[in-house]
Design a protein around this ligand. Sequence first.
Ligand code: PLP
Length: 362
Amino acid sequence: MSRPLRAEINLSALRHNLQQARQSAPNSKILAVIKANGYGHGMQTVAHALASADAFAVASIDEAITLAESGVPQPIVLLEGVFNDEDLLLLQAYPFQPVVHRISQVEQLEQLEQLEQVKNSQPLTVWLKIDTGMHRLGFAPAEATEVLSRLQSCKCVEKIILMTHFACADDSANVMTAKQIKLFEQVFDEIDLPRSLANSAAILSLADTHEDWIRPGIMLYGASPLLDKSANELALQTVMTLRSEIIAVKTIDKDESVGYGAKWKSEQETRVGVVAVGYGDGYPRHAPSGTPVLVNGLRTQLIGCVSMDMITVDLTDCGGDVGDEVVLWGEGLAADEVASAAGTIAYELFCHITARVPFIDT
Ligand SMILES: *Cc1c(COP(=O)(O)O)cnc(C)c1O
């Protein structure tokens, strides 16, 4: 028998979550965000399952080419834009839509027509990104008008969509989001172009940000984008279930330790189950004793350090034997809860699954 660890991907749950985004913003188009290999779920699987999305967003042109070559018909947006002239020339071969966030990308577009290789350049749709407070990518509000008019003068630029990204939309109490919305409105007050502001958190909590294009990411994968609401409360369904089995069981006396560093000590006689999953599979090494785990559908907890290929769990109260089923996160145990116990976010748990874990579509 092969190692029992696997990541099951529930494609009907994925489609349900897209439908939730659609219902939350019925008048907006959906740019489904599938960067980082579809948040670790398998980019091509996700794209083909989400056939009703209006467009897809990725971080690199290589991801975009893989998608286009696999027959994805929707437009593909490059969230960080083009990195160099080579990327720019690829936009002549593929109808990708770059984000424009720095001045050299504007200059590249201005020079495109002069490039020898490009006689009649393809008309491009570009996403003009403004930095309204996140201070990561985007032009300062004061530069926006000038950059916009330069883009409008580029012969190769056919359509422009205005965008910005929220820093704190997950936290409804944070006043930053309202400031960002106001600044975006001020900058583009008189401009009649399509707009895009909302990530998952804003889609589910700020209807006035929906505008022309919403950009759902994490909600598609069934984790909650909001600090004060669970995925369940938001009617999102679990997409990834990381499942394994118990591969050894032993009973240790009181005052014995388990695992590397002998960090965890038994306060009573303890039945220890060894589970085939470790940080070599992407289970977080920093998950502490107490992190929840399901054994045969019953909740128990991690004890001792996470090893490369194994973890140890407490079977004293829940029972369980060799060959019994363990869920690390997914159906019956929200990834958000495991992430929070491990001091991270579900986004990172999903992205960190390593190549040796088999993916199974269900
Ligand atoms: C990743 C990303 C999103 C999606 O964010 P979620 O929080 O996963 O919904 C939206 N817009 C941009 C620009 C992004 O980089």
